[in-house]
Ligand binder design. Structure first.
Ligand code: BG6
Length: 468
């Protein structure tokens, strides 16, 4: 749809940026922090692990000052469960609580709204060893952890995100399950338990945090049929329901998406449930939806010939395909990043429209950004025009989605600062702020504003008017 004039970004729009604890904090074993599954994750040869990351733990005040310089209205970050409760379900670590209290107070002192993810891929190792999300006791541990977070931070944190990218953890489970990749049947059992954990935290938030808003943060994308062949459309519907709607239908309506449920039944993946599970899931209602968006997916019809599923060394945006369900397709209309991710700014508009149309809840973009091998020049500058172009196009599509009627309350690009990418370490950088280290050499960990930092500052202070 074309409009004569576009709506502006709403007043109080939450222009922000995102990070996650294990990808920036470092200090993986300091001040009482326990080990998480990410602390023992074996990264490929030549790629850094997560132990030192961007050393945010020791640069916290300097980093928040940079957020204020950028003009950020909101900061989406995650709390490391193992910093607060080192073994996941035992004693509380006072130093962990202090770190996050200091961070939240620092943000509030600059009028930056904290948006807190409770769990971003970093399950406590001790819980993992006891069966992780396959064990129903992890639901209780998460509920108790949520209670501790609300007790300690709920007076100042009014935006909560339960679980980051539950759908990625189910579809791309490698990094979250050290030792052994669970079967799909096991993964969907984990998934059911995560749904319950998220629901219980949602109910608790509404009970404990006055004015607190809470929602999930899945990785959502529109799925396109490769051709207008109806068989491709069926495949696109299949994958969109299994990859996306199953997670949001459960969060919002407390029910399994019917198409996804038929898939689970056909494949023998339906989870074991206990009496009362569905009542809990139905009762918990999110106040808003976090949306992590990077790229659309394009699929073609399944041929069910043993070739639908392509073994790939893929990451979370790379489709694998599944026998009888869908086959990964190509989209000749889109460019790819240097890391092979599709770039589809219009797809952001499509995705936001579809989500809002289904759920009619406020949406907050909790991740979107461009990973690139940025270079620090000898004169101390970092020129990243490609990131500016990428974000400018996506911001414009967000504005179009707002004009379409989507209730978009904020936009937090990934990421505020360079961090350890989940698969490519520091080779693939996302930040507005460059962190001076590389894979092996920690250098001085200096913070350097990239060109995109200055540009994004202008976007924020004009509330998007410079995009016109
Ligand atoms: C999202 C995750 O899937 O994608 C982030 O929530 C991740 O943790 C981001 O960093 C970008 O992916 P990658 O693999 O480039 O780090």
């Amino acid at each position: 749809m074309y409009y004569k004039t576009l709506k502006g970004f709403p007043e109080h729009f939450l222009w922000g940026a995102s990070t996650s604890a294990y990808q920036i904090e470092g200090a993986y074993n300091e001040d009482g922090k326990g080990m998480s599954v990410q602390d023992i994750y074996e990264t490929p040869e030549g790629i850094t692990d997560f132990k030192a990351a961007s050393d945010h733990y020791h640069h916290m005040r300097e980093d928040v000052k940079l957020m204020a310089d950028l003009g950020m209205k909101a900061y989406r970050f995650s709390i490391a469960w193992t910093r607060v409760i080192p073994d996941g379900d035992g004693d509380v670590n006072a130093e962990g609580i202090k770190f996050y209290n200091d961070l939240i107070n620092e943000l509030v002192s600059y009028d930056i709204v904290p948006v807190v993810t409770m769990y971003h891929f970093d399950l406590p190792l001790k819980l993992h060893k006891k069966g992780g999300w396959g064990n129903r006791k992890t639901i209780d541990a998460f509920e108790r952890y949520a209670k501790i977070l609300f007790e300690n931070f709920g007076d100042r944190v009014k935006y909560w995100l339960t679980i980051n990218e539950q759908n990625v953890m189910i579809n791309h489970p490698n990094a979250m399950n050290p030792g052994r990749i669970p079967s799909k049947k096991e993964l969907y059992q984990q998934c059911h338990h995560m749904f319950l954990a998220g629901a219980k935290a949602t109910l608790l938030c509404h009970k404990m945090c006055e004015g607190g808003k809470i929602g999930p943060a899945p990785n959502i994308t529109a799925v396109y049929p490769e051709k207008c062949n109806p068989a491709d459309v069926i495949a696109a519907d299949n994958w969109e329901s299994i990859r996306c709607w199953m997670y949001l239908d459960m969060a919002v309506y407390g029910r399994y998406n019917s198409l996804a449920w038929s898939y689970l039944a056909e494949k023998g993946f339906t989870p074991v449930m206990e009496d009362g599970d569905m009542e809990i899931l139905k009762k918990a209602k999110p106040d808003f939806l976090g949306v992590n968006y990077y790229a659309t997916a394009t699929v073609s019809a399944s041929k069910n010939d043993g070739m639908d599923c392509q073994p790939r060394n893929g990451d979370q945006q790379v489709m694998i395909g599944e026998e009888g369900v869908y086959r990964a397709g190509d989209n000749p209309y889109l460019e790819k990043t240097e890391y092979g991710w599709m770039v589809d700014s219009v797809g952001l508009r499509v995705t936001l429209r579809r989500i809002y149309d289904r759920y009619q809840l406020p949406l907050l973009i909790t991740e979107n950004g461009l990973g690139a091998s940025d270079v620090l020049n000898e004169d101390g500058t970092v020129h990243d025009p490609y990131r500016i172009v990428y974000l400018e196009r996506h911001f414009k599509q967000a504005q179009l989605a707002i004009t379409d009627g989507v209730d978009l309350i904020g936009y937090c690009p990934w990421s505020f600062m360079d961090l350890v990418s989940t698969h490519q370490g520091y080779g693939k950088r996302y930040g507005f702020v460059y962190v001076n280290r590389d894979e092996a050499d920690l250098k001085d960990m200096g913070r350097i504003k990239k060109d995109s930092f200055y540009w994004y500052h202008q976007v924020i202070i004009t509330n998007g008017a410079i995009l016109d």
